[in-house]
Design a protein around this ligand. Structure first.
Ligand SMILES: NC(=O)c1ccc[n+]([C@@H]2O[C@H](COP(=O)([O-])OP(=O)(O)OC[C@H]3O[C@@H](n4cnc5c(N)ncnc54)[C@H](O)[C@@H]3O)[C@@H](O)[C@H]2O)c1
Ligand SMILES: [Zn+2]
Ligand SMILES: [Zn+2]
Length: 341
């Protein structure tokens, strides 16, 4: 079957791979929509692992119910792409997101489980969730990134009236900003190096203000509304300038949540964190309950996530979509793939 495969640095090509096996106990789906994630961009950038078929944000139609007796052929589902062991202390505490095994066999994030940038993919039966009929395919494909931001905002311990800065207005940053506002933040700002994305975060109603991180006076400007620093800063980029600005702009005893992933080490002025007694959190993925809650919130239209979808491309259009998302000059935030196109 047709898929889009990472073949070398900044290159993804249309290739043929074997269809997922039937009768293994896994749920096999025909992919209706798959989202391109910022994490996919890291793999595409590196060109590794070679042969990776990405796609961990998905909406599919069941064609093999696997070990799920409650599912029917034709049901629309999505799934948590992770692969927790179910036995370790993290899994037992309801936190599969930091199970040491959770990325080993993750759908679309490992060579062993090809993802949804393909006509079909297979999913763990225990992590597959049937979605309400009222939800659109696009909304279903947006559940995964929404859950990432939902988890990060929940970890931050946000309170009504807090001032919030989100560094990086990609999809993860925009949804963090949107949820922070809904949680009662009195002022939500975003910083961006891509002006179009920064301005779009305001236009889409996610943020009150955009600060250009490339401006020489960025730090002063970002403190104009919050002279003592922000209560909460989310880093949704994962690079040294971004994390450094997160630390510099968070107030004494403020909270910094690191959501952005970097394959390289990051350095930041740790003396600022020490002397300001800042709380520094890492945030990874989501729990099963948070994922299910996001399905419910999107279905109830409490979270409007369709507004972030800029384009829907066929498998042959994936390379161009990655180029568009990384141009630094385009305002596109989320591009979905429709393998049936
Ligand atoms: N922790 C998790 O569970 C999790 C899950 C999904 C994605 N991620 C990571 O979160 C990050 C964001 O994901 P995304 O899909 O929104 O990615 P994205 O690449 O679309 O967005 C990142 C944005 O940050 C901006 N940026 C880069 N450097 C900046 C700086 N110094 N200051 C301000 N803005 C800057 C970029 O212009 C870009 O718009 C990525 O690193 C991704 O790997 C983490
Ligand atoms: Zn993702
Ligand atoms: Zn485990």
């Amino acid at each position: 079957m047709k898929c889009a495969m990472v073949t070398q640095k900044r290159t993804i090509e249309t290739r043929d791979i074997n269809e997922p096996a039937f009768g293994t106990g896994k749920v096999v789906v025909e992919v209706k929509k798959a989202g391109i994630c910022g994490s996919d961009i890291h793999y595409w950038d590196a060109g590794e692992p070679n042969g990776l078929v990405m796609g961990h944000e998905l909406c599919g139609t069941v064609i093999d119910t696997g070990s799920r007796a409650d599912l029917k052929i034709g049901d629309r589902v999505t799934a948590l792409p992770i692969s927790p062991c179910g036995k370790c202390p993290a899994c037992k505490s309801g936190n599969p997101q930091y199970c040491p095994e959770t990325w080993n066999d993750a759908v679309g994030l490992s060579l062993t489980s090809p993802g949804a940038y393909a006509l079909k993919t297979s999913l763990r039966p225990d992590l597959t969730i049937k979605v309400p009929d009222e939800m659109t395919d696009d909304e279903v494909a947006m559940v995964e990134p929404t859950s990432v931001s939902f988890h990060a905002v929940r970890l931050s311990g946000i309170k009504p009236g807090d001032n919030v800065l989100v560094i990086g207005a990609g999809i993860i940053g925009d949804i963090c900003a949107m949820i922070a506002k809904k949680a009662g933040a009195s002022f939500v700002a975003v910083s961006e190096v891509n002006e179009k994305r920064g301005e779009k975060a305001v236009t889409l109603g996610c943020a009150d203000k955009f600060y250009n991180a490339k401006s020489e006076t960025f730090m002063q400007e970002a403190l104009e509304n919050c002279p003592f620093g922000y209560d909460i800063v989310f880093d949704c980029c994962g690079n040294t300038p971004a994390v450094s600005s997160a630390v510099m702009l968070a107030k004494p005893n403020g909270t910094i949540v690191l959501v952005g992933v970097s394959l390289d080490s990051i350095s930041f002025p740790s003396a600022v964190t020490v002397t300001r007694e800042q709380k520094l959190y890492g945030a990874i993925g989501y729990t099963f309950d948070e994922f299910a809650e996001c399905i419910n919130l999107i279905n109830k239209k409490k979270f409007n996530v369709s507004k972030f979808v800029d384009d829907i491309v066929p498998i042959e259009g994936v390379q161009k979509a990655f180029e568009r998302l990384t141009s630094g000059e385009d305002d596109a935030i989320k591009i979905l793939i429709d393998p049936t196109k």
